[in-house]
Design a protein around this ligand. Structure first.
Ligand code: GTP
Length: 355
């Protein structure tokens, strides 16, 4: 089976992490986020993937080349970002399958444990134009919702509302009949969620929902990105691409964790990163060459490449950009983001995003 992987977004919600690296290539549990998706797609029977690239397009081929994780890879770039629908239409030029064959469409920022083979089976037995993976969430008011009838057919694509009719939401993994992709306008900006799916439903095309509510996470926000990385390390979701078995922490080759440090909660410690004695790092992502000094505390945070946390400093829910430095004694919390190269001098001040 062939797949299209949507990886052209700018990842604005994850800045400053995405200034130098596109979201799908961010190191997540020791490997590029996409490695987990490629390995899972391969396990589901996908043999060839077309990458739909735009933002920092050249970095994808440099990272994965012509074949990775058992899958042949092809790269198609948009000169202007075409949105999710336009990107699918544009990338379909590189597909080789027949008009009735199923094509899997994956969003490059979803970590999902669902059974893709089962989704394809639903698609084929219904003879559907499109089959969406739907997941159930506790609070559907935060998402658009997707009701289905007794036979599993999608009846509507509804915008966010305070009174949702179902807790089923679009989980961002689709099976398209190859010929259904041709209904999307060529060389135009199109949103598959806002335009293509509602249009298919109102034209009477068969759009099916495959409801499966296992592990599912959209890693598009800093909190979710950290959560996803930690969940992979802790083994809450299996990935054939994991560089080690499940555990409280993943320490990559060349990292140094002092025996007097506490590092747990699914934390990854990158190559060349150092955690000194008396430091505590919980549920966090330390990229290559990050440094946590003695007595510092880091929780639910990301330290980008070469970022440094001084002695006794406290970080809780914070993103440090590449090479950012937090001087001794600072206390940072609550979604604060420090841009690459910024240095906070030694102090005893508490910085937060609270008013
Ligand atoms: P934010 O800017 O933080 O919203 O992130 P994003 O740019 O990744 O957007 P969003 O999360 O809505 O995108 C969902 C998926 O579609 C991601 O995998 C994106 O890489 C991808 N995507 C979004 N827009 C485009 C586009 O115009 N072209 C391509 N090729 N992919 C896109």
């Amino acid at each position: 089976m062939e797949a299209i992987l949507l990886v052209g977004g700018q990842g604005t919600r994850l800045r400053p992490l995405t200034i130098s690296t596109p979201k799908p290539l961010l190191p997540t549990a020791g490997v590029a986020f996409l490695a987990h998706q490629l390995a899972r797609a391969h396990a589901a029977g996908v043999e060839r993937i077309v990458f739909a690239t735009s933002y920092r397009a050249e970095m994808f081929e440099a990272a994965f080349g012509p074949r990775a994780h058992g899958v042949d890879l092809v790269y198609v770039s948009e000169s202007q970002p075409l949105g999710t629908g336009g990107a699918i239409r544009n990338a379909a030029r590189a597909l080789t399958c027949g008009p009735d064959d199923p094509v899997l469409i994956l969003n490059g920022d979803i970590l999902s444990g669902h059974d893709m083979r089962a989704q394809v089976k639903v698609h084929e037995s219904a003879g559907a134009a499109v089959t969406l993976h739907l997941t159930e969430v506790d609070d559907p008011t935060r998402f658009g919702c997707v009701p289905t009838d007794g036979a599993g057919r999608v009846t509507a694509f509804l915008e966010k509302t305070s009174h949702p009719v179902t807790n089923q939401i679009n989980a961002g993994c689709y099976v398209f009949r190859r010929s259904a992709i041709d209904t999307i306008a060529e060389d135009e900006v199109v949103s598959v969620e806002r335009e293509t799916f509602p249009a298919l439903i109102s034209s009477g095309a068969v759009v099916m929902g495959h409801v499966e509510s296992g592990y599912w996470l959209d890693v598009g926000t800093p909190e979710a990105f950290v959560r996803g990385s930690c969940d992979l390390v802790l083994g809450k979701i299996d990935s054939p691409a994991m560089p080690g078995g499940p555990g409280e922490r993943l320490t990559l080759a060349g990292s140094t964790v002092s025996p007097g440090a506490v590092v747990r909660g699914g934390t990854t410690v990158g190559r060349g990163a150092v955690v000194e004695a008396g430091a505590t790092v919980i549920g966090s992502v330390l990229l290559d060459d990050a440094f946590v000094a003695e007595g510092a505390t880091v929780r639910d945070s990301v330290l980008s490449r070469g970022a440094r946390v001084g002695p006794g400093a406290v970080l809780d829910g914070v993103i440090l950009g590449d090479g950012a430095v937090v001087g001794p004694g600072n206390e940072l919390c609550c979604g604060l983001r420090v841009w690459p190269g910024i240095e906070l001098p030694p102090t005893a001040v508490r910085f937060s995003t609270d008013a």
